[in-house]
Design a protein around this ligand. Structure first.
Ligand SMILES: Nc1ncnc2c1ncn2[C@@H]1O[C@H](COP(=O)(O)OP(=O)(O)OP(=O)(O)O)[C@@H](O)[C@H]1O
Length: 581
């Protein structure tokens, strides 16, 4: 809560007017019963009809003022609350963007989604209205109780004696409802995840004929959800009528005991009406107290979860005095690099020299450590031992933003946003000229298929738009990376879904890019054979290194892969074989 108060403090001036309006609105509310009393005692009983019009005018004024100040209070509290929630959500999102890959290894997306939506909403509920309501209700309780005692302390004591059981029951109801709500909220998250996974993986479900299993899983969770909803209704049905009974009982007691007090001339009829007015002002605060404390408690729990994320210090960040090289060449050196995820080494003693503008290809079985190697260049993870040098400077000494600006990565899992093809390509680059755009879409063979589309580059990809093939998605990702104009380009298995011809065309275009250092992870010989250096990785260690020719002559691991991939070509004539390879 303290941390939320810090955010609130920033907007302290925005709270002055709504707080003042709240006090005025409460003050006006307190005047209402006084006017009623005067109408009954002075106008109806004493026959002083002359003041009626003034009293009615006052009543009208109070009602109007109450409405206006109530509106100002409500709107400005909401306004300030929205600003605070906006800041918290932005800060949280900004912080999440700074967190390293390793953080996301240990948390699932669903959990982070809950933090940025449900938990933020809980905070919004509390600071948008619950805290304001809570303060307001406490003020009503204090002022109305005091005023009751000023009318007649004995009557006040009699009537207030019924209040504690009502408060107790209201708190108990809210406690039970709160617990049931938490269970329902957790269960709804599971239900949503199941539905989301099923919908996202609908093709897989159908391909494996798992509809029945998925349906049963969903039905079971929906049943649990239904039960929990029912449980909430049962709790409500159990407590609510009793609370209603006590609320009504208070009124019965006020009228009965108050009637006796009026008959006994202890108070006037008008005073009884005034008394009744203040009693009414107590019932709602008492009934709402549990509900409001629940919302505030929920906000507290959510704030704890949100600030726990905000307190995670990104392990990978710019050094205190980062280096900004004035000229970037793109030379990369792995100097005796080892790396482990938690306790397990996945890379051992890696030494690679990649001169600026050259191409290095990395091959190896799945899990050999190919992605882990390239992840160290842009510091998505930091190496455990050794150094990765960018133009001779340890990447850990460079400004992180500068480093990443100079690296373009096409990841193994292509991810495109539900936006136009053009926006997907321009994703990370600002001020793109038409010429630059046209160049990269040609190089990445995107233009080939986009020009066939009715809406061309304005075609929306995703749920509302057309679907794309795996190869088309890869081509768009390559165009996106090329447009970034970084000195280092990393293609992590980025051409695996392409046909040989398209892959060849892209390679030809990349070969012409002598100003870019290229890292290519691939499984096909055709994708790596023209690289200046080919690295064969096995269980995190380099087992072979050289160019296509030297590695073939070596007749080692590379040669084995080569033979395996081209064994069927033995039957082809030598000339044709040469061309295919
Ligand atoms: N985030 C992670 N946390 C822990 N271990 C990981 C993580 N990512 C990869 N590993 C492990 O590190 C090893 C190397 O993985 P890496 O992804 O670098 O292999 P790869 O050669 O790129 O494989 P593939 O060809 O399947 O992409 C594997 O044993 C893998 O299980």
């Amino acid at each position: 809560m303290k941390r939320i108060l810090k955010y609130l403090w920033k907007y302290k001036y925005l709270y002055i007017i709504p707080i003042l309006s709240m006090f005025i609105a409460i003050g006006l509310d307190m005047l209402n019963p006084v006017i009623y009393q005067k109408i009954i005692d002075d106008v109806i009983k004493a026959g002083n009809h002359g003041i009626l019009s003034r009293l009615l005018l006052a009543l009208l004024g109070i009602t109007l003022g109450r409405g206006i100040f109530g509106y100002i209070r409500e709107f400005l509290f909401d306004y300030a609350g929205a600003k605070v929630t906006f800041d918290i959500r932005n800060d949280l999102f900004k912080h999440i963007q700074k967190l390293p890959f390793s953080y996301f290894d240990g948390i699932n997306t669903g959990e982070l989604m809950s933090r940025t939506t449900e938990d933020i909403n809980n905070i919004w509920n509390a600071i948008g209205f619950a805290i304001m309501f809570f303060i307001e209700q406490v003020l009503y309780l204090i002022i109305a109780t005091t005023l009751l005692f000023t009318i007649d302390w004995k009557l006040a004591l009699i009537c207030l004696s019924i209040m504690p059981p009502m408060l107790f029951l209201a708190m108990k109801l809210e406690k039970k409802i709160g617990e049931a709500y938490e269970k329902l909220s957790d269960q709804s998250a599971v239900l949503n995840t199941t539905a989301q996974e099923n919908l996202a993986g609908v093709r897989l479900v159908k391909a494996f004929g798992r509809e029945k299993y998925e349906l049963e899983k969903f039905f079971k969770q929906n049943e649990e959800n239904y039960e929990l909803n029912l449980n909430q209704a049962r709790i409500w049905a159990k407590y609510h009528p009793v609370i209603e009974f006590f609320s009504n009982l208070v009124l019965v007691v006020v009228i009965s005991a108050g009637g006796i007090f009026v008959v006994g001339n202890h108070i006037t009829l008008g005073e009884l009406v005034k008394f009744n007015g203040y009693i009414m002002m107590l019932i709602w605060p008492l009934r709402l107290m549990g509900w409001l404390t629940n919302i505030i408690a929920r906000c507290n729990a959510s704030a704890k979860r949100i600030f726990a994320i905000m307190d995670v210090e990104p392990e990978i960040k710019s050094p205190a005095n980062p280096i900004y090289p004035t000229k970037v060449q793109g030379e990369i050196i792995f100097d005796n690099v080892s790396f482990k995820y938690k306790d397990q080494y996945v890379l051992k003693n890696i030494n690679i020299n990649v001169p600026a503008g050259s191409t290095v290809a990395i091959m190896g079985a799945t899990g050999a450590g190919k992605t882990s190697i390239i992840n160290l260049i842009g510091r998505y993870y930091d190496c455990t031992e050794g150094r990765v040098l960018f133009d001779g400077v340890d990447v850990k000494s460079l400004d992180l933003e500068f480093l990443r600006d100079n690296i373009s990565v096409v990841m193994q899992d292509t991810f495109l946003f539900s936006d136009t093809i053009e926006e997907n390509i321009k994703f990370s680059t600002e001020n793109v000229s038409e010429e630059e755009f046209n160049k990269v879409v040609m190089e990445s063979q995107v233009d080939d298929f986009v020009k066939e589309m009715e809406e061309g580059y304005q075609t929306v990809i995703g749920e509302r738009g057309v679907g794309l093939s795996g190869g088309q998605k890869q081509r768009i990702s390559i165009a996106r990376a090329l447009l970034k104009k970084s000195k280092v380009l990393i293609l992590d298995d980025a051409t695996s879904a392409l046909d040989m011809e398209t892959e060849y065309q892209i390679q030809k275009a990349l070969e012409k890019r002598k100003d870019i250092t290229k890292f290519i992870i691939a499984h096909r010989i055709s994708a790596v054979k023209n690289a200046d250096e080919i690295i064969i990785l096995d269980k995190g260690e380099i087992v072979e290194q050289g160019n296509h020719k030297t590695l073939l002559l070596k007749k080692g691991r590379y040669y084995e892969i080569y033979s395996e991939q081209f064994k069927d070509l033995d039957i082809l004539a030598d000339g044709l074989k040469e061309e295919v390879i």
